[in-house]
Ligand binder design. Structure first.
Ligand code: NAD
Length: 291
C-alpha cells in the first residue's frame, strides 16, 4: 500500500482521497481551505497544515487543482519538498503546455510523473468509477495504475507527457459540439411539432445516436436520469464545459489545428455563461438555443 499526499481536496479531490483511504492507502491531505481540511478528516484522510507536512513521508503525490497556474505553483513547491523517486500524479484538467512544464519540474527533481485528468464528474469521484486518461512514461504509468484503480474503473495510457490532457480536451470538445447538435435538433423538432419521445426513439437508435442523446438527453422525459429531469442541476456545470472548450481552442491554436465547430461551441457556451448560467448543467444550453 502507498503513502499518499493529496493536494486539492475540493468537489473532486475530497471523494477521490476518501476512496484511496477505503482501498487501504495512507493518505495525508492538504487544501488551502481550512473548512475543507476539517471535513475530509471524517473520511480517514489525515489533514496536514502545509504541502511540506503532507508530502514529508509520501511515496506518491496526487494533485487535483483548478487550473494550470495552480498546478505549476504547487509542483514547484513539491520539487523541493519530496524525496527523489517520488511519483507525482496530476489529475486536474489543465492546458497541455502547463502539463508538459509540470513533467519537466518533476524530472528536474528526479521524480516520476503522470498527467491523469479524469472524466466522470463528482458522481464518478464519489463512486470510484472515474475514467483516467494518462500521459507519461511506462514506468510512471505502471507505478500509478494501482493508485488510480482505487479511484476509477477505467485507466487508459494515452501516450507520453501531456497525452492525458490532450485526450481529455479532445473528448470534451466532441461532447460540447455533440450536445449543441442534439439541443438544436430537439429545438427544431419542437417547432416542427415532433414530440421529444418520438425524436428520441428515432435518433437514439439511428445514425444520430451519441452519448448526448442516449445517456444525457437534454429534454425531460426520454432518459429519466438526465439533468433535464432535475431542473438542469449539474451534472457537469456549463462553466466547466466552457473551461474545457477554451483549453481545446488554446491547444488548437498552438498546434495549428482547424476546429471551427469547437470554436463555435466555445463561443456559445461563453455566451451562456455570461447570461449567468455557468452553474447549471451544460445541457441547459438548449434553453438559449431555443431563442
Ligand atoms: P474545486 O474548486 O472544488 O477544488 C479545487 C480545490 O483546490 C479547492 O478546494 C481549493 O481550495 C484547492 N486549491 C487551490 N489552490 C491550492 C493550493 N495552492 N494548495 C492546495 N489546495 C489548493 O474544483 P473541482 O471541481 O474539485 O475540480 C478540480 C479539477 O478537476 C479541475 O481542474 C476541474 O476542471 C477538474 N474536473 C472537475 C470535474 C467536476 O465535475 N467538478 C469533472 C472533471 C474534471
Amino acid at each position: 500500500m502507498a503513502t499518499i499526499a493529496f493536494i486539492g481536496l475540493g468537489n473532486m479531490g475530497g471523494p477521490m482521497a476518501a476512496n484511496l483511504v477505503k482501498a487501504g492507502h495512507t493518505v495525508k491531505g492538504f487544501d488551502l481551505s481550512a473548512d475543507i481540511l476539517k471535513s475530509v478528516a471524517a473520511s480517514g484522510v489525515t489533514p496536514a497544515s502545509s504541502i511540506e507536512e503532507a508530502t514529508s513521508s509520501a511515496d506518491t503525490v496526487v494533485t487535483m487543482l483548478p487550473k494550470g497556474a495552480h498546478v505549476l505553483s504547487v509542483w514547484s513547491n513539491l520539487a523541493s519538498a519530496v524525496k527523489s523517486g517520488t511519483l507525482l500524479i496530476d489529475c486536474s484538467t489543465i492546458d497541455v503546455e502547463s502539463a508538459r512544464k509540470a513533467h519537466e519540474l518533476a524530472a528536474d527533481a528526479n521524480c516520476l510523473s503522470l498527467d491523469a485528468p479524469v472524466s466522470g464528474g463528482t458522481g464518478g469521484a464519489a463512486a470510484g468509477t472515474l475514467t483516467f486518461m494518462a500521459g507519461g512514461s511506462d514506468g510512471a504509468f505502471d507505478r500509478a495504475k494501482p493508485v488510480l484503480e482505487a479511484m476509477g474503473k477505467k485507466i487508459v495510457h494515452c501516450g507520453g507527457n501531456g497525452a492525458g490532457q490532450a485526450a481529455k480536451i479532445c473528448n470534451n470538445m466532441i461532447l460540447g459540439v455533440s450536445m449543441i447538435g442534439v439541443c438544436e435538433a430537439f429545438a427544431l423538432g419542437e417547432k416542427l411539432g415532433l414530440s421529444h419521445q418520438a425524436l428520441f426513439d428515432v435518433a437514439s437508435t439511428s445514425s444520430g445516436q451519441c452519448w448526448s442523446i442516449n445517456t444525457y438527453c437534454p429534454v425531460p422525459g426520454p432518459v429519466p436520469t438526465s439533468p433535464a429531469n432535475n431542473d438542469y442541476k449539474p451534472g457537469f456545470a456549463a462553466a466547466l464545459m466552457l473551461k474545457d472548450l477554451k483549453l481545446a481552442q488554446e491547444a488548437a491554436l498552438a498546434a495549428g489545428a482547424a476546429t471551427p465547430l469547437g470554436a463555435e461551441a466555445a463561443q456559445l457556451f461563453d455566451l451562456f455563461d455570461k447570461q449567468g448560467h455557468g452553474g447549471r448543467d451544460f445541457s441547459a444550453i438548449i434553453e438559449m438555443l431555443r431563442g
